[in-house]
Structure formats: C-alpha cells, structure tokens
Write a protein that binds this ligand. Structure first.
Ligand SMILES: NC(=O)c1ccc[n+]([C@@H]2O[C@H](COP(=O)([O-])OP(=O)(O)OC[C@H]3O[C@@H](n4cnc5c(N)ncnc54)[C@H](OP(=O)(O)O)[C@@H]3O)[C@@H](O)[C@H]2O)c1
Length: 205
C-alpha cells in the first residue's frame, strides 16, 4: 500500500510525465515504477547494483535505471535518464540522491518524502539538502507521506493491486529470513542493500 497511495495520491502522476524513484529495486520502489508504467509515465529507478538495475529495466519494464554507487556525476546521470526532466520524485533515501534530483526537477514537480534510509543510522547532525532552494525555484511541492494516513482507503488499494498482480502487470520479490532470532540480521539487510524485495521474517510455517 505504501507505493500505491504515495505515488497516486501524493505524486499524482499524469500520463507522459517522468517518475523517478530511489531504492528502486526495494519492496516499495519496485512497485512505484511498475505503477508509474501502468499510469503511462516514464519510469526511472535509482539502485545500488548493476544486477538490480538490470532487473528493473529488463524484467519490470522500467525505462531506465541508474546505479548511484558507480555514477561519478549523479546530476548528469539523472538528466540523461530523464531527458524531459523529473515531474514526480518518490524519495526513499534522502541524502545525496535527493540533492542530485532537486537539480533535475521540472516546474511544479512533486516530491513524495516516503523515507530517508541514507540517514536512519546517522548519530550526528545530517546536512540538509544543499539544493533545497530548488524547491522554491521550480515551484515544487515536497510532502511528508505516511501510508498509515490512508488506512481507510486500504480496501480499495488492495483490490486494485490484487487485480494488477492477477493480470501479471505487477511483479514483486519477497526476501524471507527464517526465525525470530534472526530479525536484527534481516533488518540490517535493508541498510546494506542486500535484500531482494520485501524483507519478511518467518516465525512459523
Ligand atoms: N512513509 C511510509 O509510510 C513508509 C512505509 C514503508 C516504508 N517506508 C520507507 O520506504 C523506504 C523503502 O522501504 P522498503 O521496506 O521498501 O526497503 P527496501 O527499499 O526494500 O530496502 C532498502 C533499500 O535502500 C537502499 N539503501 C540503503 N542504504 C542506502 C543509502 N545510504 N542510500 C541510498 N539507498 C540506500 C538499499 O538498496 P540499494 O542497493 O539500492 O542501495 C536497500 O535495499 C524506506 O526508507 C522506508 O523507511 C516508508
């Protein structure tokens, strides 16, 4: 439900627009791009390995993917992958990726502030986005988003996602770790980028 309501209710993508998403090969991000494609948008993902980028483009139908760990100039890489600019940015990570995206926004762009995983483990002050003022310069909107604000709409969202999954238009991966005692190890997969899809701890069979 997180990608569904974040993209559609907050991002409000229109057909032909460009949707960029970070942590794109993750549980949330991989669905954001696929829902964007269903809406007739150009979907571009940012992820941390070549294999994740390959999966996004070749198997999920993203139009382009950027490996943020190997790109020396992320601003230019986003510009190349989004030649018409970014209309909707679904932000799961914050930090340098957000900063580079701010310089590629179109006028009236929408940023869905869904997560900031790059700073969850920081113990000191985290620098604010250096290019923060671009939100003003491009008349953009940045909205903090919590999926729990949409609880009353879940039945409708679940029905729509079930339909798309049934039609084969949405694919997803689950990364299952067995045993409650392995919960911390499973949680840490998220910060190391070693999860493939939704991390689930199985406590009983
Ligand atoms: N607002 C809400 O209601 C809501 C609800 C659920 C989740 N969330 C947020 O949504 C985001 C995605 O959650 P998820 O469960 O789907 O996790 P996920 O995307 O499956 O896993 C997290 C991914 O983040 C990437 N990552 C880790 N450290 C990073 C860094 N320093 N910079 C850039 N990318 C980094 C890793 O992939 P790479 O290999 O690509 O680095 C990792 O696989 C999280 O920020 C989470 O807190 C928000």
């Amino acid at each position: 439900m997180t990608p569904y309501f974040g993209l559609l209710e907050v991002g409000k993508p229109e057909a032909g627009q460009t949707v960029l998403v970070s942590a794109a090969a993750g549980a949330v991000g991989s669905l954001v791009g696929q829902i964007a494609k269903i809406q007739g948008c150009r979907a571009v993902g940012i992820a941390g390995t070549a294999e994740k980028c390959r999966w996004l483009v070749e198997e999920l139908g993203f139009d382009a993917a950027i490996n943020y760990r190997t790109e020396s100039d992320l601003v230019a890489a986003i510009g190349n992958a989004c030649p018409q600019g970014v209309d909707v940015y679904f932000d799961n990570v914050g930090g340098e990726v957000l900063d580079a995206t701010l310089l590629n926004l179109n006028k009236d762009a929408r940023i869905i502030f869904c997560g900031a995983i790059s700073s969850y483990n920081s113990t000191g002050p985290v620098p604010g986005p250096f290019n923060y003022w671009q939100i003003l310069a491009r008349s953009a909107t940045l909205k903090g988003y919590l999926v729990s604000d949409h609880l009353d709409q879940f039945p409708q969202g679940i029905a729509q996602m079930r339909e798309w999954v049934g039609e084969g238009r949405i694919q997803f991966k689950e990364h299952i770790v067995d045993g409650l005692e392995n919960t911390l190890q499973a949680f840490n997969l998220l910060f190391e980028g070693r999860n493939e899809g939704k991390v689930i701890v199985r406590v009983a069979t």
